[in-house]
Design a protein. Structure first.
Length: 732
């Protein structure tokens, strides 16, 4: 069942099953078609996100357990809302071995464990390495209650191996506790990226698939879950095979895959899914509001960095250092380590799918030839799995914090080297899409929220003014590291107003991910102290100047926010609204974007705007209005949201209008609002309509009391209330 729309909720201690049930009526009133929940299975105790599942057979006790889950299902079904859940087939949480009975049994029994094949462990390399120690010394180990312990960490003791000193007991186990720094080079189990507490699972084995999916598939069979979001399919040995098995087990479910596509890449046709989780739509929609004329000035401001050289360098560094353990495991298949290090960074996208016959993105050379000669072989799958990790860590998680020319482009699924998206490209790619996958503007993984990006897009129209401010502010209170300095000024403007605590937390993460002057594993105390102190200093010294400049871009930013939101909600696909973003939301990367949402405020605003469209102001009510009107229309009249054809205006400001028609519906938005104002506004720019139409956002007719034939409507009249319009053919 394909939902009309989804609303993403981050479940956790502050949003349990019962708390979701309490806001379900608000979501229904908003017009949402399905609740879209972060992982709901039992996770590591204390988990705030749920992606570290420890028991896939039960609903999370921390979220309320099975009884609360069923109460939520009942409430959603009464409101006719679907439930889409996020599942994590690639890995499980092992931070607390005692919480994961499968991992505990593997540590206790080694290769003879009934769960030994569940995890992707290289058993030929010796005992399982567990990198948790502060050093290689074992003097802090102890034995208590039949367990081996290291501070708060607990580990099993195999039968018949007790007795003697803790160090002697440790030596007899099927695992080895080692210095945490050895994980990146010596680990002998596959993991999620470079996170050693997330162990990869072998879902390619039918028994493992059944064990990890039985609960979710039962919920789907019982119609308690209507859709699935598949986390990180590129980590799997054969994503196509996995998705075909999943589709066979859940033929009626709406399934979308978190596949990060390159700008010119398409979703594999061999995958039986409805589409992606929407990062491709994000790139297209947001790019429409970026002025390519601003590119030279921003390039100069950033020092004309070479993006492609930086990406290649960072990917190589990741392969050589961060993921050296994975490289060494591949080398044991008969390929020299250096050859693997040279090969992995050459992937221009996340990975190939040789087993499915999709190899156009496979680099040429000896390793590629071996992969093509044995598509289902271990070398093929391990190269492809690791290539995805190299791309994610080298580009998305490192380069995107270093190449700070124009950070609105530094987004998951986007290309910082492509300064904006031409209208023609937008229409061509939207028209070619399936129209059944998810579309998104903000997610739990985006680097910044849609409204931050919308405001930053205004800077592309004011490159000279912003560059002047950056140079002035830097002279007064700049950061010593240039790339972080440029990121910081863009962040302050985009997320303003922002507290010192939020800014400090963001800059700490950004600086450590960039790995230039500091990092998570090799910290620079002096630089870290500078970064930590900077927000308080800059807000105290320059807060007034920043507020004045933000006042210059705030209004155009609101225009961009409404424009991109309407296009996303009305275009082909299933639009997702990330929690809280129905109002203005100026969040940054997690954990900032996972803060609790004030749903009572949103409920009150929604009730207060039922009778009249609100003004565009700081409250964000106008955005909530656009969201609710469009979502309700999708819910009530799905037939309007079929088909697709570009709409073009005529006249001196025609380039500032972007839109499309569907089946009795037209969505149009203003783009590049600063340039529009500079050129004198819409003037006599017109839009040609066939028949009579009503703007669903303001209930004003366009073409009423006139013959139902082609007529020209002044765009200035169409946008007299809002910089967007959602037209519905009268009589439809």
């Amino acid at each position: 069942m394909i939902p009309s729309s989804t609303y993403r909720l981050q479940l956790g201690p502050a949003m349990t099953f019962d708390q979701v049930a309490e806001i379900a009526d608000y979501l229904a009133a908003l017009g949402v078609g399905a609740v879209y929940a972060s992982p709901v299975l039992a996770a590591t105790p204390g988990s705030t996100h749920g992606y570290d599942v420890v028991d896939p057979s039960i609903a999370s006790p921390a979220l309320g357990g099975e009884d609360a889950r069923m109460r939520l299902v009942g409430e959603l079904q009464e409101l006719e809302l679907g439930l889409v859940v996020d599942i994590v087939p690639n890995h499980m949480g092992i931070a607390d071995p005692s919480a994961n009975r499968w991992w505990w049994d593997v540590l206790a029994n080694g290769r003879s464990s009934r769960y030994a094949k569940y995890f992707d462990i290289d058993w030929d390399s010796g005992p399982v390495l567990v990198p948790v120690l502060g050093s290689d010394a074992l003097d802090e180990l102890s034995v208590a209650d039949g367990e081996l312990r290291y501070h708060e960490h607990r580990f099993p003791i195999a039968d018949g191996t007790a007795g003697g000193t803790p160090q002697q007991v440790h030596e007899r186990q099927h695992y080895r506790l080692v210095n945490w720094r050895r994980g990146n080079t010596e680990l002998n189990y596959r993991r999620f990226f470079d996170i050693t507490t997330l162990a990869a699972v072998r879902v390619e084995d039918p028994e493992v698939f059944e064990a990890t999916h039985s609960a979710v598939l039962r919920w789907i069979s019982n119609l308690e879950v209507t859709g699935l979001r598949i986390d990180h399919p590129d980590g799997l040995a054969n994503p196509g095979e996995y998705l075909r098995r999943l589709r066979s087990a859940a033929p009626s479910a709406w399934i979308v895959a978190e596949k990060i596509l390159g700008a010119d890449e398409t979703l594999p046709s061999t995958w039986p899914v409805h589409g992606t989780t929407g990062y491709d739509a994000l790139r297209l929609v947001c790019g429409l509001f970026i002025d390519p004329a601003g590119e030279p000035a921003f390039s100069e401001l950033a020092g004309n960095q070479d993006l492609h050289a930086m990406e290649a360098d960072r990917k190589r560094w990741v392969a050589e250092h961060l993921l050296r353990a994975e490289v060494r495991r591949i080398s044991r298949l008969g390929v020299p380590e250096q050859a693997v290090i040279d090969f992995l960074p050459r992937f221009g996208v996340y990975r190939s799918y040789v087993a499915d016959g999709i190899a156009e993105n496979l680099p040429s050379g000896g390793i590629g030839e071996r992969m093509m000669a044995d598509p289902p072989g271990e070398l093929t799958s391990r190269i492809e799995q690791t290539a995805a990790m190299v791309m994610a860590k080298g580009v998305e998680d490192t380069t995107f914090y270093r190449y700070n020319r124009f950070v609105a482009l530094n987004e998951v699924g986007s290309d910082p080297g492509r300064f904006g998206v031409p209208v023609a490209e937008f229409h061509a790619k939207v028209a070619a899409a399936t129209g059944t996958g998810m579309t998104a503007l903000s997610t739990h993984d985006t680097k910044r929220s849609e409204d931050v990006r919308a405001r930053l897009a205004v800077l592309s129209e004011l490159p000279g003014e912003f560059a002047e401010k950056v140079r002035l502010w830097t002279a007064k209170a700049g950061l010593s590291e240039p790339t972080l300095n440029l990121l910081a000024w863009q962040t302050i403007v985009g997320a303003w107003p922002i507290s010192a605590d939020r800014l400090a937390g963001y800059l700490e993460k950004a600086s450590r991910e960039a790995k230039i002057a500091t990092s998570w594993t090799d910290r620079n105390d002096e630089f870290d102290a500078e970064v930590a102190a900077w927000p308080d200093r800059v807000l105290a010294e320059l807060g007034g100047e920043i507020e004045e400049f933000v006042g210059r871009v705030r209004g155009p930013g609101w225009s961009n926010s409404l424009g991109q939101k309407l296009l996303q909600l009305a275009m082909p696909g299933v639009p997702d609204v990330y929690q809280g973003t129905e109002l203005w939301d100026y969040s940054l990367v997690d954990p900032d974007n996972r803060r609790p949402v004030d749903f009572e405020l949103r409920r009150e605003i929604l009730a207060g705007i039922e009778d009249a469209p609100p003004p565009i102001d700081e409250s964000g009510a106008a955005k909530l209005h656009v969201v609710s009107r469009t979502l309700r229309l999708r819910w009530e009249r799905p037939e309007l949201f079929t088909g697709y054809a570009p709409i073009e205006a005529t006249g001196p400001a025609a380039e500032h209008l972007v839109g499309f028609s569907r089946n009795g519906l037209i969505a149009v938005a203003t783009r590049l609002p600063v340039g529009l104002e500079r050129s004198g506004g819409w003037r006599d720019t017109t839009l040609t309509l066939q028949g009579d139409w009503t703007d669903a956002l303001v209930s004003v007719s366009a073409g009423s009391n006139r013959p139902k034939h082609s007529r020209e409507v002044l765009v200035s009249e169409l946008f007299s209330r809002y910089p967007v319009a959602l037209l519905v053919r009268s009589g439809e």
